[in-house]
Write a protein that binds this ligand. Structure first.
Ligand SMILES: *Cc1c(COP(=O)(O)O)cnc(C)c1O
Length: 362
């Protein structure tokens, strides 16, 4: 039996109701039902309706299920870019989307900010030829977060035809986006939704769909089974092209129902309060300091700290109390820790972590 609480930034602690939904799924034999059945269509529709409610998603957005956020990077470029994309890069995840565009033979341009920093949006010039502008709300590798009001400024910075994409993989449902100011938002379920990995969710508006159709009509290869029009034609009838991760879609619908009965406002208030508590501690700690200097750019959902005690040693000591935090990303593995502050981490759990860190390390 593993009693550890995972404050790792994805996969992370499961949302507290997941075991009970998993049990029901087994009793109902969800893993055996046909993905062409009415039962599956209801599961699909339940998840989509729950997400629309939680995010207050406007009607001109479609909800599409893919394998992961990594897959969505590839599909976004294939379906929405003929020649050129433009990327804000300040860490490993934003850099990977940029590289994906290059690997697919597009001209990708980037505006780079140093690791651990947010962006000075005022200073960013978006090339007029950029068809897709890739923003990252929450750079999970560094803990830098982009304020929603900064995201909202890109519509006027980019050409009117450009599609604004937001990576919100490790922050949704915390940010309250203005969905009219962007065109696509995506996430995967193993971060803030507290589910087992294996499902990416792509929210796209009609402009993204029109662009994919135009590129296809123009003779561009926009993919095969997971081209945007192919996924969409199935989604319209609450189905997927392939045999999907039915269990995860089922669990997502049920966790969304739980989150909706709690209310997104409460989830967001709790997230902000827990983040304030953690940053307060980090600022006073003897061995930790917040990695992101500008408080306006500090992520509420993935909190990164520099540490003078190696991250492996921090986790070794926490393990005795059934707790784990994330190590630093890549070359920061030992010099930083990352603390996930997701809806699955209740205020009581977060308080217990902070108290234990304080007791062990000061
Ligand atoms: C985890 C993560 C991804 C990749 O998600 P996968 O589900 O592993 O494909 C992309 N962007 C950010 C910001 C992430 O944190």
């Amino acid at each position: 039996m593993n009693n550890k609480i995972y404050f790792t930034p994805g996969p992370s602690e499961l949302y507290p109701t997941v075991p009970q939904h998993m049990q029901t799924a087994l009793e109902e034999k969800i893993g055996s039902i046909s993905h062409r059945s009415k039962q599956f269509q209801d599961i699909f529709a339940h998840a989509v309706a729950g997400l629309r409610q939680l995010l207050q998603l406007p009607d001109n957005y479609e909800v599409l299920f893919l394998a992961s956020a990594t897959e969505i990077w590839e599909r976004a470029i294939q379906n929405n870019v003929k020649q050129e994309s433009f990327h804000l890069v300040n860490g490993s995840f934003s850099d990977r989307f940029f590289e994906t565009a290059q690997e697919l033979g597009r001209t990708a341009q980037q505006h780079k900010a140093p690791f651990s920093q947010g962006f000075d949006v005022e200073a960013i010039r978006v090339p007029e030829t950029a068809e897709l502008v890739a923003l990252i709300h929450n750079e999970t590798s560094s803990g830098a977060c982009m304020p929603v009001q900064d995201i909202n400024r890109f519509r006027e910075k980019a050409s009117p035809e450009a599609l604004i994409y937001v990576d919100a993989v490790s922050s949704l449902p915390n940010p309250a986006f203005d969905y009219d100011k962007v065109d696509a938002v995506y996430f995967s379920v193993q971060k803030c939704f507290g589910l087992p990995a294996g499902l990416g969710v792509w929210l796209v508006n009609e402009r993204c769909i029109a662009k994919a159709e135009a590129l296809a009509a123009d003779g561009q290869v926009i993919g095969s089974y997971h081209s945007l029009p192919a996924i969409l034609s199935k989604a319209k009838v609450n189905q997927t092209v392939e045999t999907p991760n039915v269990l995860d879609i089922y669990l997502l619908g049920n966790v969304l129902e739980d989150m909706n009965s709690k209310g997104v406002a409460t989830i967001r208030e709790e997230t902000e309060a827990k983040a304030a508590q953690v940053y307060q501690y980090l600022t006073q700690s003897k061995i930790f300091t917040p990695a992101v200097e500008n408080p306006a750019h500090r992520s509420p959902t993935t909190i990164v700290a520099n540490t003078t005690v190696p991250a492996s040693e921090v986790n070794k000591q926490l393990a005795a109390f059934d707790m784990a935090v994330g190590s630093g990303y890549g070359k920061h593995k030992e010099t930083q820790i990352r603390i996930a502050n997701f809806p699955a981490h209740s205020p009581a759990l977060m308080e217990a972590l902070v108290a234990k860190l304080q007791e062990l390390f000061g």
